[in-house]
Design a protein around this ligand. Structure first.
Ligand code: EPZ
Length: 431
């Protein structure tokens, strides 16, 4: 089993460059299916979810060439297979974007029900399906597969989302770009990666207006042609390093960011007494004194991001006083709290609310990365804690953080990736 071993208590100093946004890349890669030409995509993050998404496209028959660790060229002309390979699609949640992209181009898609982080209970896709149906597709879910079929082609339609869903907003955009007529998505999500997907599609010839607001209008076009596009920086990766300095101390220049995308996070950190200086494409974060308690409620963008909730809860566990964290997006995103308690945090959870009583220090322990952001939270806790922290199941963290260990080591963290024998092998067999 791969682990991270951290000897905490060392402040972080120096510079970290943020990689491309995972959640934008996961939608933009399948969007290449809609393009009649070669898409050169730059600033691709080298993380396992993205590698799987690229492999799925290869298995569907696309030509995918890595030009460098952060640049790929994708050519989906000649792609014949419209059934996504189920062993791979079940491994990542974002495989659901194949539905919108395949349906949009071929009017037929068949995708195994997606996997990914298991913190939202059922994690429904009813809003995605509602959107496809509004465009004239017949959608069926059976034997673990979702099939969407629009033999007569897709016709633009109006969709009012019942919940603000990032995935549904992007999936409906994908299905609608080549549909006949206009599609309107109301109550759309506004996350930066939604704007990024719209910018990618528009740069290839699509006609999408309003991305970044809650009404998106998509006028169907005849076809998209190839081009070059660079993915935006990862807002959550940047936020994670901001939180790491807030918890462990020090001063970091976080480069390759869009400071505006970080406002919801930097505003909270400033309230807590962390110093933030913004530059054009960088943010400096400095923690000198004690942390002040604050309350946090996660909401769709521009609210405080749910994908930063576990990391900020670690910071709050070190702030003087009692903070209330309310999870406004997912049903079950506090599984990591048990692990954090093992490190000395005082946190009580009741449904979607966590009451965090600040402690003076955390202490190292062996803990588990329950999911991607929970794992990032464990890293932050380990960096701030006294003594040794061993984090198990780090494959969850590597789904979304490029070169996390290297980036942290370069700014003074004592963290190594290490192999630990699996338990079954470690326990001698009884004779
Ligand atoms: C995306 O998931 C992100 N994943 C998640 O990030 C992130 O937590 C989430 O958006 C919210 O920001 C990717 O982009 C791959 P949603 P998504 O549809 O699109 C409910 C990470 O850590 N809902 O916006 O699947 C749903 O249950 C990951 O990087 C429906 O009810 O999330 C949830 O309560 C984990 N019906 C809420 O909406 C639907 O059809 C928001 O979900 C769809 C969603």
């Amino acid at each position: 089993m791969e682990t991270f071993v951290i000897h905490g208590g060392k402040p972080l100093f120096g510079e970290i460059a943020v990689s491309g946004a995972k959640n934008a890349a996961l939608a933009i890669i399948p969007a290449a299916i809609l393009v009649d030409g070669v898409c050169r995509i730059e600033n691709i993050p080298c993380v396992s979810d993205v590698i799987i998404q690229l492999d799925i496209l290869r298995q569907l028959g696309a030509k995918v060439r890595s030009m460098s660790p952060t640049v790929v060229e994708i050519d989906c002309r000649g792609m014949k297979n419209k059934k996504a390979p189920d062993e791979m699609t079940r491994r990542i949640r974002a495989s659901y974007y194949l539905l919108g992209a395949l349906l949009g181009h071929y009017h037929y898609a068949e995708v195994a029900l997606p996997g990914g982080c298991n913190f939202g209970g059922v994690r429904p896709i009813d809003q995605h399906i509602k959107g496809f149906e509004a465009l004239g597709a017949v959608v069926r879910q059976e034997k673990g597969y979702v099939t969407a079929n629009a033999e007569a082609g897709l016709l633009g339609g109006n969709v009012y989302l019942d919940v603000v869903s990032v995935g549904a907003t992007m999936n409906i955009m994908l299905a609608a770009v080549l549909a006949e007529g206009q599609t309107v998505i109301e109550n759309a999500a506004k996350e930066p990666h939604i704007v990024d997907l719209a910018n990618f599609l528009n740069s290839m010839g699509a006609d999408i207006m309003g991305a970044g607001t809650d009404v998106i209008k998509i006028r169907g076009v005849e076809g998209l042609s190839g081009g070059v596009y660079s993915i935006i920086p990862d807002q959550i990766e940047a936020g994670t390093y901001l939180a790491a300095v807030a918890a462990a101390g020090g001063s970091l220049l976080i480069k390759n960011v869009i400071p505006k995308h970080l406002d919801c996070i930097t505003a909270k950190l400033s309230e807590m007494g962390v110093e933030i200086e913004e530059y054009d494409e960088a943010v400096r974060v400095t923690r000198r004194g004690p942390l002040t308690r604050v309350n946090i409620k996660t909401l769709p963008y521009p609210g405080f991001p749910t994908d930063m909730q576990p990391q900020m809860t670690v910071v709050l566990s070190l702030a003087a006083g009692t903070s209330i964290v309310t999870e406004g997006v997912w049903d079950n995103r506090y599984r990591y709290v048990d692990e954090l308690r093992r490190m000395g945090a005082h946190i009580q959870v009741d449904g979607r609310v966590a009451v965090v009583e600040g402690v003076e220090r955390l202490t190292g322990a062996t803990v588990r990365a329950c999911d991607l952001r929970a794992g990032a939270a464990m890293v932050i806790a380990g960096l701030a804690a006294e003594g040794e922290t061993v984090i198990e199941e780090v494959h969850h963290i590597e789904r979304g953080y490029e070169a996390l260990v290297d980036k942290l080591r370069r700014v003074g963290a004592d963290i190594v990736r290490s192999s630990k024998p699996d338990d079954v092998r470690a326990i001698p067999k009884a004779k």
